[in-house]
Structure formats: structure tokens, C-alpha cells
Design a protein around this ligand. Sequence first.
Ligand code: ADP
Ligand code: MG
Length: 270
Amino acid sequence: MSYIEVKNLNKNFIAKNGSVEAIKDLNLSIEKRDIFGVIGLSGAGKSTFVRCLNLLEKPTSGEILIDGVDIQSLKGKDLRFKRQKIGMIFQNFNLLEQRSVLANVCFPMEIQHVPASERKEKALELLRRVGLEDKAKAYPSQLSGGQKQRVAIARVLASDPDIILCDEATSALDPQTTQTILALLKDIHDTSDITVVIITHEMKVISQICSKVAVLDKGVLKETGSVDEVFNNPTSAATKRLLLIKNTEEQSEEIEENAEKAGEEEEINA
Ligand SMILES: Nc1ncnc2c1ncn2[C@@H]1O[C@H](COP(=O)(O)OP(=O)(O)O)[C@@H](O)[C@H]1O
Ligand SMILES: [Mg+2]
């Protein structure tokens, strides 16, 4: 049995103009310590899927087993504990603006009644882990996007998670910062037992860090497999479309770079 097993998952929303089938009969297996990517265009159902994984959304039907446990059967303390072990990071970081960086990282430990001295020590250690020990006293508004996401990662690690869900965690960051955040997530993965699920609309995020990928389109799983397999030999129109978007973006980046170089040469020659 896989570490995470999603069976016949459906999620419908009742909206003003009728019902939306955000996830349609999704079946997916994620192994322990995978870095598993879920890719799709906006509206594909990616966020709904991860929100079902940590029970922020209640599935309309279907089963989600984590480590053999049907998470929908959990209640009270067991449910709270399971949720604590599934950390999540977001595109907009979701930091507490009125709290210092240190107090943000301490926050989950406060909820879990970790003694104050232990909290502070662990938070400082985690800030060192993400390269922000000198920002402990700063406030979120004083940080760059990349630094904010590092705080969010330290905060997630404060609960000793089994799983980290990343919902477009690098989508608000520039390409260079994206690289450093993905490298940090990879390093955390490589030095722990944590299973990482990365949700993104960007193929290059998946290529950089994931071992396996699932392609979602309008709530339907189109294909899944190793990243090499799926990206080098796409079988679905949805994957081919994502590849086309990536290639077009890379081409325009190249054109921009060449234009910049030409500009610099002109300056030198002038
Ligand atoms: N709370 C909600 N109420 C109604 N419709 C929703 C809700 N959340 C998501 N949806 C709809 O479900 C579909 C999938 O959305 P979402 O999971 O956010 O996609 P993605 O994260 O891939 O962009 C979209 O059509 C969206 O409008
Ligand atoms: Mg989303």
C-alpha cells in the first residue's frame, strides 16, 4: 500500500450558477518520501485537491488514506494531530503580520503547548536551518518574498511534519528566488523523512525538484508517472499544452536575454 492513497475522490462545489465538479473521480498514489508534483492550468482543481488532502475541504465522495488511515474517519484529538503533521505553504506566505519572525515560527508550538523555552530554542534552530537567524526580531513587512517563504517553511517544520503541501509556493517569486526556495525544499526532503507534494502551474518547478508528477485538467487526472516519462513522452493534450507554454516562455526569456546582451554590446562599442 502506498503512503498516500486517493481513491475515487470527487469534490463538487455548489455555486450561484450551478454545481462545479472541481475533482472528478481522482485516483492517485504517492509513496513515502516522494517529491510529488501536481500540475495543471488555473482552475484545474489543484488547490481543491491539496485542501482535501489536509481536510480543509471535505470530499463529496471518495477515500483518502494516509499511512493506511482513512483520514475522514478521524475526529477530535486524532484529527488535530494528523493535521499538525501535514504542513502547508502558500503563494502568499500567510504570515502573521503583527508578530516577529521568531514569534511566527513559535506559533504552531504555542498551539501544541510546547514549553516557552523549548519553543524559542527550536524556532531559532529552524531559522538557522532556513538561513534567517539574523531576522528573528524582524517583522514580515521588513522581509523580501523569498525571506517570507523561508519563515513559512521554518514555521511548518516547527510541527515536525510528515507531509509538506506546497500550493503555488513559488508563484509569487522571481525565477532566481524560486530556485533557492526549491533548493531549500529539496534539501529539507533529502535530510528528513518528509513527503513533499508540490502544486504548481509551472512545468519548470516540477522539472527542478519533483520525481513524479500528475497532470490535472478540469478536475480530471490526465496522466501520471515519473517526471522524465511524462514530460519526454506526453500522451495527453493537457500535458502537451503545458509543454508548449513552457517552451514559449523559455523562448521569450532567450529573446529577452539576447536583446539585453545586444544592448550591453552596443553600450561597450559606443
Ligand atoms: N469554495 C469554492 N466554491 C465554489 N467553487 C470553487 C470553490 N473553490 C474552488 N472552486 C472551483 O473549483 C474549480 C477548481 O478550483 P481550484 O482547485 O482553485 O483550481 P486551481 O488551484 O487548479 O487553480 C474552479 O472551477 C473553481 O472556480
Ligand atoms: Mg490553486
